[in-house]
Design a protein around this ligand. Structure first.
Ligand SMILES: [Mn+2]
Length: 341
């Protein structure tokens, strides 16, 4: 049975803080295709660790991080790592923004006797850590980490504040998605008091497209298909050839699926992306009024994420991706949106 982590267990914040204090060596893991929340939370924790005299390292399977976040302290401390050997050697293994342990490096065994700390805000987090600090109604992992820092009286330096603000800003779409709450704004306000400049941060995060990304987006935008009852569904695709011809890399799709949510009346948008090895992944976005959520749709294909933003593999040939995707969306609609048919 899937957990739906909708209650904030305040004691878990103290347990997380105690776990961090109690270990001199931290290995921090973020998920594949790291986003602002993953990079923001990892760099914030890295800085907090260094300030506390800890020996900190940071990994994910990504070859490189989105250049957008290079302004964050400790961006350069990131290391690529596909597999990791987890040991019971006094190291604290911290997973950030990872709904499941397999979203990060491989080699982790849930039942093994190792010190692991899971800090996250995915509703469907499987609680794989020895200590789990998970609240599905938090806007971001950065918001959770802020709560952990406050619980344990950790000093939040201006660098940490910038990292945390970055994750909150990006995961809420600049304070515009439905996960934006009063707490989100209160925490953002506290971070501003600690030195964050909102307009500087917004520019750094948003003013980052290069012409190659525009060429890539132009291809995706030109292929949009809107369909379903009341035209509530939108799909598009980008293929390996598009990346080559546009001169863009895989980070060029960041923000693309959200763009299709700006279409009038659209409640659910899906972008299929072909990776260099020919595999297809879906990026799914939804809003209130969709017959099924983004997370629910992604879970049909072994993926996961949030109710409003999720991703999954899609096991089809590239040239079949769009028609198959349309079929799958209508299938989900008939099963979920029209239960009597
Ligand atoms: Mn997140």
């Amino acid at each position: 049975m899937m957990t739906m982590n909708r209650i904030l267990d305040v004691t878990s914040l103290f347990k997380a803080s105690d776990a961090l204090r109690g270990h001199d060596t931290w290995a921090v893991f973020t998920h594949r295709k790291s986003d602002g929340d993953a990079v923001g939370s990892a760099t914030a924790l890295f800085e907090a660790g260094i300030n506390a005299g800890k020996n900190v390292s940071w990994f994910s399977p990504d070859e490189k991080l989105p250049e957008t976040y290079r302004y964050l302290a400790h961006f350069e401390d990131f290391r690529t790592c596909e597999d990791f050997t987890f040991k019971d050697d006094g190291t604290l293994y911290v997973f950030l923004d990872c709904a499941t342990e397999i979203r990060s490096v491989s080699g982790y065994d849930v039942s093994a006797n190792i010190n692991s700390l899971n800090i996250d805000h995915h509703e469907d987090n499987s609680l794989y850590g020895r200590v789990n600090c998970v609240y599905g109604l938090a806007s971001s992992t950065c918001e959770m980490l802020y709560r952990v820092f406050m619980a344990g009286n950790w000093e939040i330096t201006p660098r940490i504040a910038e990292s945390l603000y970055t994750g909150i800003f990006t995961d809420t779409g600049g304070f515009s998605f439905s996960n934006t709450t009063q707490s989100t704004h209160n925490i953002a306000g506290a971070l501003i008091t600690l030195g964050v400049e909102p307009s500087v941060m917004a520019d750094r995060i948003r003013q980052n497209k290069n012409p190659a990304d525009f060429q890539l987006w132009a291809r995706a935008l030109s292929r949009v298909q809107v369909f379903g009852p009341g035209n509530i569904f939108a799909v598009s695709a980008v293929f390996a050839d598009d990346f080559r011809e546009a001169g863009a890399d895989m980070t060029g799709t960041e923000g693309l699926s959200q763009m299709f949510m700006t279409l009038r009346g659209v409640k659910l948008a899906v972008v299929a992306t072909e990776y260099p090895d020919g595999t297809i992944r879906l990026s799914v976005r939804s809003r209130e009024g969709s017959p099924f959520g983004a997370g629910e749709f992604a879970r049909r294909f072994g993926g996961g994420g949030h109710e409003r933003a999720a991703g999954c593999p899609f096991d089809v040939q590239a040239d079949e991706a769009v028609p198959r995707l349309r079929d799958e969306i209508m299938k989900a609609y008939h099963e979920r949106g029209n239960p009597h048919q």
